[in-house]
Design a protein around this ligand. Structure first.
Ligand code: JFZ
Length: 439
């Protein structure tokens, strides 16, 4: 038998032998709980949107990148020419992962398949993948995973449930209606295909950090058979973390809750209308305004703004998954490389106040946030307007207060249920003035 047929049989076997327990009864394994702790300690990851769409660089439009197939109404037949142009000769997995480490990031979440349906890994059940169709012909995900393992970085897979290429993604939802696909299709066959691809991702590459779903919002009420998909993942790799960008409260079977382009509790984009649940949290954000590579989008956020976002995320108990859209030749945009380096430098100095912490007692304030670890509260002052600042305490008695780094003493006054800090003059150039409260 050909390897493709063997894999297909294996996948079918797995799919037919996984009992579908309702995920309402899902009890995370001990290894999964460990992953959640690790995840919450990690705080900072790199999001990577890379695919054959990157070749188009947004096609000269701001706001278009990985959505170009949909936004420019490119039919499947024409879009299928793109893989032939995808030849990232400058892709260097070791360089990417070293950059990630130097940035102080602990994990990478990469698009294994985006809405365009093109697999960036060596899929056996479909040849619409980087090995079989792209000029490059090498397994991007496999190469990256090998390097991540070498350097101790965890790899998560973004996977789009929405598919603009597969004919069986039918009935269609809000998007994918300009692709020239037939007005018929077998939805269940599509879900089987998706589960088979997830099986590949979870069996071909060793330990996977997590599966980052996206696309259910395309048709919320479709029979996604989530119980089955989530049970399959938990069976294949109990430690892997399942999350989904559906912008609703977590669904049973999920292991973390994610937020898009807004910190938990904020809603500038109109996406975050849900509450904050009990699971570990993650917020994803772009470094400019695009997820995939956009040649025109030079609206890069400053290092200071991004550090503030990371600190604010930590203060809200959330990770920051910061995105980059690699260029068609395989290099990371140099502007992003520079900023990540600066963030890493900052984290080298102040990482103790971020990694392994949980949100502190102040909540999110205009002046900043606080984080907490062991017997220390770190008060992160990102923009103070008042010379005094109140920090509530839940019974702990503050023994000393000092500036992180310099050790300069900070005067404080005990209140009945907290302390009042008198702030020194804080120079405008300081990105984050951190006061340590020890108790
Ligand atoms: C999704 C993707 O569509 C996007 O390309 C990127 O991968 C981002 C991280 O996630 O963004 C969304 C999510 C939800 C909607 C639109 C885009 N929605 O509800 O319309």
């Amino acid at each position: 038998m050909k390897p493709r047929i063997i894999t297909y049989c294996l996948v079918l076997y797995t799919l037919t032998t996984v009992p579908v327990f309702s995920q309402a009864d899902y009890v995370p394994s001990a290894s999964n709980l460990e992953s959640r702790e690790w995840f919450q300690d990690a705080k900072f990851g790199l999001f990577v949107h890379w695919g054959v769409y990157s070749v188009m660089g947004g096609g000269g439009d701001m706001g278009i990148a990985e959505w170009i197939m949909e936004r420019k109404e490119i039919p499947v037949d024409q879009y299928e020419k793109l893989p032939d142009f995808f030849n990232p000769v400058a892709f260097d997995a070791a360089e990417w992962v070293s950059m990630v480490k130097e940035a102080g990031m602990k994990y990478i979440t990469i698009t294994s398949k985006h809405h365009d349906g093109f697999a960036m890994y060596d899929s056996k059940i479909s040849d619409y993948n980087v090995v079989d169709r792209a000029r490059y012909g090498k397994d991007i995900i496999g190469m990256l995973k090998e390097e991540c393992d070498k350097q101790g970085i965890r790899l998560f897979f973004y996977y789009s449930q929405l598919d603009w290429h597969h004919p069986d993604y039918y009935p269609r939802g809000r998007t994918g209606n300009f692709t020239g696909r037939p007005e018929s299709g077998d939805w269940d066959a599509y879900i089987n295909y998706m589960n088979a691809q997830l099986t590949e991702l979870l069996t071909q590459y060793g330990d996977v950090g997590g599966i980052w779903f996206d696309g259910m919002w395309d048709q919320w009420d479709a029979p996604w058979r989530l119980d089955e998909t989530y049970a399959l993942i938990h069976k294949l790799q109990p430690q892997t973390l399942v999350g989904s960008n559906h912008h609703k409260m977590p669904i049973p079977g999920e292991d973390f809750q994610m937020f898009e382009k807004d910190l938990p509790g904020q809603n500038s984009m109109g996406f975050n209308q849900t509450g904050i649940g009990e699971l570990p949290l993650e917020t994803c954000e772009t470094m400019n305004g695009s997820w995939g590579y956009n040649i025109k989008d030079t609206k890069f956020k400053s290092t200071e703004d991004l550090i503030h976002m990371l600190v604010r995320a930590a203060g809200l108990n959330s990770n920051l998954l910061l995105n980059t859209g690699p260029m068609p030749d395989g290099r990371i945009q140099p502007e992003n490389v520079a900023t990540l380096k600066e963030m890493g430098k900052w984290l080298k100095q102040y990482g103790e106040t971020i990694y392994g912490t949980r949100s502190g007692p102040t909540g999110a304030k205009k002046w900043g946030v606080s984080t907490w670890k062991d017997n220390k509260i770190f008060v992160h002052i990102l923009g103070a307007e008042d010379p005094v600042l109140y920090v509530p305490m839940a019974g702990q008695k503050v023994a000393k207060a000092y500036a992180y780094g310099s050790g300069e003493k900070i005067t404080f006054k005990k209140q009945s249920e907290g302390v009042l800090l008198s702030l020194p003059d804080i120079s405008e150039d300081i990105i984050d003035y951190i006061i340590v409260l020890e108790f």
